[in-house]
Design a protein around this ligand. Sequence first.
Ligand SMILES: C[S@@+](CC[C@H](N)C(=O)[O-])C[C@H]1O[C@@H](n2cnc3c(N)ncnc32)[C@H](O)[C@@H]1O
Length: 226
Amino acid sequence: MTYERTRASLETYFDRTAADTWARLTSTDPVSRIRATVRAGRDRMRGVLLSRLPEDMTGMRLLDAGCGVGQLSVEAARRGAEVLGVDISPNLLEVARDRMPEDVRARVTLVAGDMLDEAHGRFDHVVAMDSLIHYRTTDIADALARLAERTSRAVIFTVAPSTPALETMRFVGKAFPRSDRSPAIIPVRAAKLSAALAERSDWRLDSVERVKSGFYFSEAMEFAPK
Ligand SMILES: C[S@@+](CC[C@H](N)C(=O)[O-])C[C@H]1O[C@@H](n2cnc3c(N)ncnc32)[C@H](O)[C@@H]1O
């Protein structure tokens, strides 16, 4: 139930409330200094996630789970992957379609819906960049275990790492009126996620790298067969 509730609030936020802000953040248009740090952090994180994927992905199928405007989808397709980008926001997918470079158009399919839908089929790799950061740890574990059942290699994703500073920011954030805030980011303790995953799957969880840039703070993780 919490998964569906979170997804519904994210759909409202990304498809309506923040669709324009998100389109701008992911473009090359000028943004505020604070947002520029977030953009730089996200660019670095995309590089980290891509570094965990094979250089040559010819013939491989990749799910870009919560693909947004498709930035990572484009890079993976340039490595030869057949990419399925799934997002609950049709508006962001529209932006993705408009921006899709000609050279990768044939290899990227964009679908509006839930990343966990079994109808999407099987994958060699799954990437979920910052699309699980608003979900509770147990919901993330459920999602990863379900994705793992249909993935042959690795699920590479990000979480908001739990640190005392982030917990404080989260507490402070609660002082603002609900309508002014994006859906809460829920910090994850790696040990708790690892324990929740051990109950659901025999794959292993590895921490890859943390990226901190201004207000952006995210940790790349890999969930893969032992
Ligand atoms: C912070 S954005 C990141 C987008 C993209 N991965 C990137 O890094 O540019 C999170 C995205 O995940 C999508 N999302 C969240 N939950 C989802 C779900 N259950 N199924 C599909 N998309 C989801 C949101 O609509 C949003 O576009």
